[in-house]
Structures are given as C-alpha cells and as structure tokens.
Design a protein around this ligand. Sequence first.
Ligand code: ADP
Ligand code: MG
Length: 401
Amino acid sequence: MKGNSKQSDSYENHLSTSSEGELFRELVEHLRLNRASLREEWAGRIHKAGLLTAMSREEVFTEATEIFDNYIQALETGNVKDLQAYARDLSRRIIHRGVEIHEVLGIVLLLRDVLARSLFKKYHKNLELLNRMLDAYEPAANRIANTVGVSFVEQRERIIRRQQKAIQILHIQEEERKRISRELHDEIGQVLTAVNTQLALLQRDCVGGEREPLFKTEIADVEKLLVGVIDRMHSFARDLRPAALDDLGLMPALRSYLKDYAERTGLLVRFERASRDMQLSSEQKTTLFRIAQESLTNVAKHAQATEVVVTLGLVKGGVQLRIKDNGKGFAVKQQCSAPESKRLGLLGMQERVCLVNGCCTLQSAPGRGTTVTVEIPLASMRAPESTSSLSLERNESSRAY
Ligand SMILES: Nc1ncnc2c1ncn2[C@@H]1O[C@H](COP(=O)(O)OP(=O)(O)O)[C@@H](O)[C@H]1O
Ligand SMILES: [Mg+2]
C-alpha cells in the first residue's frame, strides 16, 4: 500500500500545483450533472461486455453507483483513499463469488472510457479545450484505475491465502473424523459385537442352579444395554463421517442419514433428488452433506416442525441443495445481527459454502417455516479463479448469510 499512498500524495501535489485545477472543477461539475445518464451507460456497458456475470444486474447497478460517486470524489479531491477502501470492501464481498481480476480492471477501464467519451461529446467543438481536458483527466484516471486494480489484487491474494488455509484445516478435520469414525466402527464396534456374542453364549450356557432365572434376566438386561450402545456408536460414527459419502457418494449418504434422522426425530422427511448423476468433488460432497446435517439439526432443535423436504438437484451451472421445514420460522435479519457466538451453525454453513465458491440463502419469517438454499457451481472447484454464473434471487425475508 506504500506505493499507493505515494501515488495519491503525488496526485494531490499535481492537482494543487497544476494550472489545470480550474479544468478539473469543470470536469467534476460535468460528471456530477450527468451522473444519472453516465452511470446508466456504464452499467449497460458492463453488462454488454459480459463482466461481473456472477452478480445480478441490480447488484451491478448498485455497485456502479457507489464506484461512480467515489470515483468523482477521488477526481475532485485527488485523494484516492475512500475509493481504495471501497475497492477493498467490494473485493471482500465479490471475490468469493468468483469475480476475477480482469473483470474489475475491465469495469474501471470502461468507466474511464465512458467519461472520456462524454468529455469528447461535450467539448468536440473546442478541440484545444478538449485536449487540455483529456490531458488533465487521463493521468488522474490512470492512477485511479491503478489504485483500484492494486487494491483488488491485494485483497484477492489475501482472501485466497485465507481460503486455502481454511480448506486445508477443514480437510484435516474431515480426515480426522474419517479416521475416528472408522476406528469406532471397525475396532470398537467389533469388540462390542464380540461381547454381545459372548453374552448370548452365557445366556445359553447358564442352565441349572437356582439362580438361573436371575442370571438370565441380568444377562438379557446387559444385552439390551449393549445393543443400545452399539446402535448409538454406529449413529455417532455415521454423524462424524458417513463411510457412504466416500464409498458410495452424496445421494446414498444423504438417503441413509435422512432415514436415520426421520426415525430419531419422528419428523416426516421427504427427499426429492435429481435423477441425473452429479460429478462432485470430495470438498463439494462434504460441504453439501455438512450443510444438510447442520440444517436438519437446526430443524430438529429449533423449528417445531412436522415435515421437512430436502431437495438436491441440478440448476443452471451448479448443484442446489434445499432444506425446507414447515416449522415456526424466525426473524432472519434479527438473527443475523445477533452476536456471532449465537449463530455459529449458520456462520459455519456460510463459510463452508464460500470455500467452494457457492452461495447460501436463508429464507424464514416467524410462523412461515424456514428454507435453507445452497448453490455450488459445478464447473470448477478452483478457489476464486472461476466465474460463477449463479445468482440467487433475494427478497425481504431472504438473505445470503
Ligand atoms: N429451521 C429453523 N427453524 C427455526 N429457527 C431456526 C432454524 N434454524 C435456525 N434457527 C434460529 O437461528 C439460530 C441460530 O442457529 P445456529 O447458528 O445454527 O445456532 P444454534 O443452532 O447453535 O442455536 C437458532 O438459535 C434459532 O433461533
Ligand atoms: Mg445450529
């Protein structure tokens, strides 16, 4: 950032010492007066150039408006700090959605072009003035484009490094769970089953003697306890990391989890799934399974629902998982502004989905049930290199969280 603050200093110096101060004031005035039409033209050209496709048109327009105002302010004051801060904030919001460097540079260069054209339109009858105007405008515009570009690249690198670290940690965690789950299932499970067999033998052999009925009841009790423990251990091992997820795939793992969940909770569970096979990477499978697990745990814990529908299918460019309950629902906005410690499950889901460049939406309102929707682009698993074409509609009661 040191390089940039130097740039911004020299830019301010340039402004204060240059005789073009007047020209700049006129330029800024012109951009302010034509704010609405220029902004619209710019947003239209962003769309036409196929940039920021991971964002909806409304989102692009909102950001374009903010950038436009920050841009004019930077031109006016010569101070690019606000624009820099805005670029960093924007990067934080859009990078995980797969927006790439060329797109951000592209939109800044398009803005520079839209503004230069408007200057041409205004001053083309006075070429001398037009030239002076462009001479004053171009270096400033270049510095601004450079500032935004550098901010974006730096932020992107930081985010990618953090993402890679988080992916690594999650991977280690899943591997550890896999190991414990196998150990529980194979080692301890076998020992417990052997103990059960021994008990059955004891039950058979302890005939004769006056204490036989007592022994038989006691052995039967221990057997019952043991069967309970074996059952719980298996379901614990499955929760930790279902072997089916690695051995058979997401669909069978989910089906088996849902069957177990329905028995455990007494909820009516419907599973609607795509008939076509999905090619999912290990991270994608794990993410979708963990989201289903956390959402369903929330339904059992908080929703007081009678029914839950789980849908897994393909949508344009990706895979979609939806968990919809008919429970009491909750105020999403309020919950999202609660302290982080009070919504670790929801936050964890969001973070997991971000790591595979996906998007997570929560729709709920008191008395109207809750729907969690997750979309993950299928084309690529490369962290933020990919351009996702997914965009989720949002309304009052829904929120990407
Ligand atoms: N399906 C749901 N139905 C009703 N309320 C829910 C549901 N899912 C989440 N919530 C609300 O959101 C809160 C935060 O959820 P979460 O982050 O998973 O934390 P936790 O489950 O540990 O409370 C819950 O305490 C609950 O109030
Ligand atoms: Mg929870």
